[in-house]
Write a protein that binds this ligand. Structure first.
Ligand code: NDP
Length: 485
């Protein structure tokens, strides 16, 4: 059918006769309900927003590719990592965590670092942050933690009391709090930060042998950060500073790139390592498990439509391909459910069929129907399994590998509770100037807390990480380190 692209149509494709004047009874109105073009236009406008993400609402995205630069096939059978030189298209979304969709980019907050690899075996989502650790290590605490980062139910203001109360009562957060309050808490741009898978994952090779791994994306642009003062100034002058920077860099051909590395731990080390390797509040020392190069990610194409691509992109840590499996990390286990569920609610049950999420690999399954099923819905093909009609069947070689478990089904706390050594190691790794800024950032935030009890409890955590750290924060707040510590 030939249509003239310059002719305006309704969403059902009919030509529009008047798009400037609503249809009224006489020149003064009232407006007529028979103006279905007006009704559709207003009603569709009311529905232009999908619910914003509860976390990571404000973000920017870009397309690019991943190229393998080192042979890791002895560790994983994932086909997109199978040979040096192999390229896989991908889409990345960077984000802040706590702010709403229109909030400022240059705030102190972790940054989301989510990558969707469109591999030949289906999509693989690596949904991480710009920090190697997280504030909590059990998903059951996540809604409470996020409540503390959001707004007070009465004032609708951010609430430092809630933030520091929760952190001081959840000492596993200390390591991430130290990273957040350090210079890297406000990256200069999305291009000047590292990315981490944060959790431990399992890689499995063609022989079915596994290793535990952690992912590190290292920025080729170098680490650059904003001070508290500059970040605050930019937040007022240009709240979309990071979004604009990423778009403009790619637009002018200055393509940002990251090198991907993994740390690899033999399965048996998990029982004896001095930290629980599945505890996402801890890192694996790079002295124990050095970084091994895997490949290079380059972002070289901007989205053509922000809503269609960035807003409708749906990432989930459970979007895995053969050769990459979850670990028992309790935070990861919760995310395997929560992310996909968020997208079913936010974008719809068929979110994986949208162009930005649709795998390049063909999808053959028995899922049918649901809201906005906009493909052929399987047509007349067989719609149940097992069947005698030649429908798609499982491939046992792609089964997830087994691992032994033991103990009782129970609400179980972690055995390891040393939240201080690694936070202290980080403090001791900082230069004197970096320590001064870290303490100043913490004091600036904590002095807004109204209860001394909360401040004193948190000072004890800093002190246990490093006596100098705790003492300097206490001095900055005009308090003394409590005797009992
Ligand atoms: P290493 O000396 O081998 O590694 C130190 C790491 O610290 C490097 O990855 C470095 O990143 C990073 N780093 C430096 N400054 C900061 C900062 N302000 N915020 C966050 N990261 C920073 O030591 P270990 O592996 O034994 O780790 C020591 C401490 O380093 C840990 O307790 C942890 O706090 C921190 N760290 C460790 C990571 C790991 O995977 N082991 C990853 C990130 C931090 P870069 O090379 O870019 O400077």
């Amino acid at each position: 059918m030939t249509t003239n692209k310059n002719n305006l149509t309704t969403s059902w494709g009919a030509p529009v006769g008047d798009n400037q004047n609503s249809m009224t009874a006489g020149s003064r109105g009232p407006t007529l309900i028979q103006d279905v073009h007006l009704l559709e236009k207003l009603a569709h406008f009311n529905r232009e927003r999908v619910p914003e993400r509860v976390v990571h609402a404000k973000g920017a995205g870009a397309h690019g590719y991943f190229e393998v630069t080192n042979d890791v096939s002895k560790y994983t059978k994932a086909k997109f990592l199978s040979e040096v030189g192999k390229r896989t298209p991908l889409f990345v979304r960077f984000s802040t965590v706590a702010g709403e969709n229109g909030s400022a980019d240059s705030v102190r907050d972790p940054r989301g670092f989510a990558v969707k690899f469109y591999t030949e075996e289906g999509n693989y989502d690596l949904v991480g942050n710009n920090t190697p650790v997280f504030f909590i290590r059990d998903a059951i605490k996540f809604p409470d933690f996020i409540h503390t980062q959001k707004r007070h139910p009465v004032t609708h203001l951010k609430n430092p009391d809630a933030v520091w109360d929760f952190w001081s009562l959840s000492p596993e957060s200390l390591h991430q709090v130290t990273i957040l309050m350090s210079d890297r808490g406000i990256p200069a741009t999305y291009r000047h930060m590292h990315g981490f898978g944060s959790h431990t994952f399992k890689w499995v090779n063609a022989e079915g042998e596994g290793v535990w791994i952690k992912y590190h994306f290292k920025t080729e642009q170098g680490i650059k950060n904003l001070t508290e003062e500059v970040g605050t100034k930019i937040a007022g002058e240009n709240p979309d500073y990071h979004t604009q920077d990423l778009y403009e860099a790619i637009e002018k051909g200055d393509f940002p790139a990251w090198k991907l590395y993994v740390q690899i731990m033999p399965l048996e080390d998990a029982d004896t390592y001095r930290f629980d390797p599945f505890d996402v509040t801890k890192v694996w020392s790079q002295k124990d498990y050095p970084l091994i190069e895997v490949g290079r990610m380059v972002l070289n194409r901007n989205p053509e439509n922000y809503f269609a691509e960035v807003e409708q992109a749906t990432f989930s840590p459970g979007t895995l391909v053969p050769g990459i499996e979850p670990s028992p990390d309790k935070m990861l286990q919760g995310r395997l459910f929560a992310y996909a569920d968020a997208h079913r609610y936010r974008v719809g049950a068929n979110h994986n069929s949208l162009p930005i999420n649709r795998p390049k690999a063909e999808v053959h399954n028995y899922q049918r129907d649901g809201q906005m099923r906009f493909d052929s819905n399987g047509g007349g093909s067989v719609y149940y399994e097992p069947n005698s009609f030649g429908g798609p069947q499982e491939t046992p070689e792609n089964k997830t590998t087994a691992y032994p478990v033991s103990g009782s089904a129970d609400s179980t706390a972690y055995d390891h509770n040393d939240h201080y050594t690694q936070a202290g190691d980080l403090y001791r790794l900082l230069s004197e100037e970096e320590r001064t800024r870290l303490v100043s950032n913490i004091v600036g935030s904590m002095k807004q807390v109204t209860k001394d009890e909360i401040k004193l409890r948190q000072i004890q955590h800093f002190y246990k990480a490093d006596p100098e750290y705790g003492t300097r924060v206490a001095e900055g707040l005009g308090l003394s380190v409590p005797q009992e510590v």
